[in-house]
Design a protein around this ligand. Sequence first.
Ligand code: 164
Ligand code: MG
Length: 327
Amino acid sequence: MTASPAPGLDEIVASAHVLSLPMRTRFRGITTREVLVFSGPAGWGEFGAFPEYDDAEASAWLRAGIEMAWQGAPDPMRDHVEVNATVPAVPAAEVPAVLARYPGTRTAKVKVAEKGQTLADDVARVEAVRALVPTVRVDANGGWTVDQAETALRALTENGDLEYAEQPCATVEELAEVRRRVRGVSIAADESIRRAEDPLRVVRAGAADVAVVKVPPLGGVRAVLRLAEELAQYGVPVVVSSALDSAIGMSAGLAAAAALPTSTACGLGTGALFVTDVAEPRALVDGRLRVDTVVPDADRLRELAAPDDRRAWWLERLARCHPLALL
Ligand SMILES: O=C(O)CCC(=O)C1=CC=C[C@@H](O)[C@@H]1C(=O)O
Ligand SMILES: [Mg+2]
């Protein structure tokens, strides 16, 4: 598809909807996900940078949304992608109900190191997942010190393997140290890639075995594909994951996963965390999602409309980020 010229702010605002999506369970500290969606000549795009992000960081998310709406997705190599179940930091007893929303998935990513919880909570949750799903990853969102990570990863691998531990600690140096100390567990970088000035630094520092890549913070599908090529030169595979996107934003993650030379279980099943989405939820069949784009449902756009003050907040943010996104 030929790219259309970059849109003016007024063109984006003309079709913009600010939505407030209720979530089934608290995830990364929120129970409502706000996003701004808009349409262009190639389809729908999403601007959903988390509210606490500053404009410089948020503008990459807008660039990704504009890419999908004005340029569309690159050619896919496959029409379905495998996803992992995403298990929030719930009590172990709730694990079966969470996993029931991910029929056929053979990999689960389990949140650990949640503030206010203990290592015993993490171990119990991971064991409950292991009883039902063969391959388990954990994500600590940088919540451990190096010593805590070492203790936790040993405890979490006492009764079974972990495919990898995602962002066990906050800094690149800490990740490298954990990787040295805990030889049996692969280390994946997430925040050290999506929130870094230089996403390759973590790999050059020998601090990651796997790279978790998300389309919105990296500025688009094509940017993710370019980064994946560079990472491949270091022998580091990527796992495409969502940024807690609505069904519209998820189209971009699916497009990236579909355009990569190889694809392992992606973190793109987070639509299951929403009570309602902007379109009919994509069906998860045998642990796989179909690669497609969606058009939002008019009734849902009305029902999910954010309150006026939040709409105003997002439109002001859009206006500030627009010139930065087009740089
Ligand atoms: O990777 C997945 O299974 C789902 C996506 C996911 O976990 C995340 C999405 C958005 C924000 C993040 O806090 C979180 C992550 O840290 O990977
Ligand atoms: Mg993560």
